[in-house]
Write a protein that binds this ligand. Structure first.
Ligand code: ATP
Ligand code: MG
Length: 262
């Protein structure tokens, strides 16, 4: 069965996109996995990293997740295949700022929260893992992701404010489980971990409250932002950095959690 993992956190700037990009790149480089990245954020940051700034800044990007969600085209027509390295390929369903109006356009559509699930049906068997990068909100786009996903991965920045929003996200997941019973919280990923006392104490609280749900942390490193700015994943930009090592560990943990949870 295809694992569909939504990267969600309604708080902005918690490392969803950085994690989506490096997780799909790591999984694709792993070699055994057929991977699709769905960029479900109108900010199109993941698309910019893989397809370039010119693609997202231009007025006419071609077919994107916007046309797919609003039922204008079949998903297969909008998926792009890119080469991350020789013999390493990744499929991406790109986004564009156009997606920002999809919520209004879908208002009168019957079962509008199931648009992504309906759209992916025809292609999902082609993949082992589909990763969805969600926008920083719990609006219709994120709901569409949670309706099709079977797992949620929540990147979280250790600190006081990020922990407050976690309750709301868990409540949303519980509510959506009523309509999508296969959905489960796969893990909480501490990102941008630094050496401050605040980071250490909130990481401790997180582990105390959530135990094994807490994955190995990603350290705060300038090189992570640099890789994004250079439109590269961390394995291409700084393969020997501890940021790359941390994301490789995440790839292993995600694969392991798939095995143990069937
Ligand atoms: N481990 C890290 N170390 C240092 N900087 C990081 C790290 N991870 C992410 N960043 C930087 O933090 C910022 C926010 O990260 P990112 O865009 O991945 O978050 P996001 O949750 O997708 O944001 P949004 O909610 O706007 O979609 C970016 O500038 C990114 O380069
Ligand atoms: Mg993002």
């Amino acid at each position: 069965m295809t694992r569909i993992i939504a990267l969600a956190n309604q708080k902005g700037g918690t490392g969803k996109t950085t994690t989506a990009v490096n997780l799909v790149a790591g999984l694709a480089r792993h070699g055994q996995q057929r991977v699709l990245l769905v960029d479900l954020d109108p900010q199109a940051n993941a698309t910019a990293i893989f397809l370039g700034m010119a693609y997202v800044a231009g007025p006419n990007p071609g077919l994107t997740v916007y046309e797919v969600l609003t039922g204008k085209v079949e998903v297969a027509k909008a998926i792009r295949t890119i080469e991350l390295a020789s013999t390493v390929i990744l499929d991406i369903l790109p986004s564009h700022i156009h997606l920002a109006v999809a919520e209004q356009e879908l208002i009168s559509v019957f079962q509008r929260e199931n648009q992504l699930q309906r759209a992916l049906q025809s292609v999902q068997a082609n993949y082992d893992i589909i990763i969805i990068d969600c926008p920083p909100s719990l609006g219709l786009l994120t709901i569409n992701a949670l309706m099709v996903a079977n797992e949620v991965l929540v990147p979280i920045e250790p600190g006081f404010f990020p922990l407050i929003g976690l309750g709301l996200l868990r409540k949303t997941i519980e509510t959506i489980k009523g309509a999508n019973p296969k959905l489960r919280l796969m893990g909480l990923l501490p990102v941008r971990l630094n050496r401050t006392n605040l980071a250490a104490s909130t990481l401790e609280q997180l582990t105390h409250a959530f135990g094994e749900l807490v994955l190995s942390a990603i350290p705060e490193r300038v090189v992570m932002g640099e890789a994004n700015a250079h439109s590269q994943d961390i394995f291409a930009y700084a393969p020997h950095s501890d940021g790359a090592a941390a994301y490789l560990k995440l790839v292993e943990e995600v694969l392991h959690r798939g095995e143990t949870n069937g």
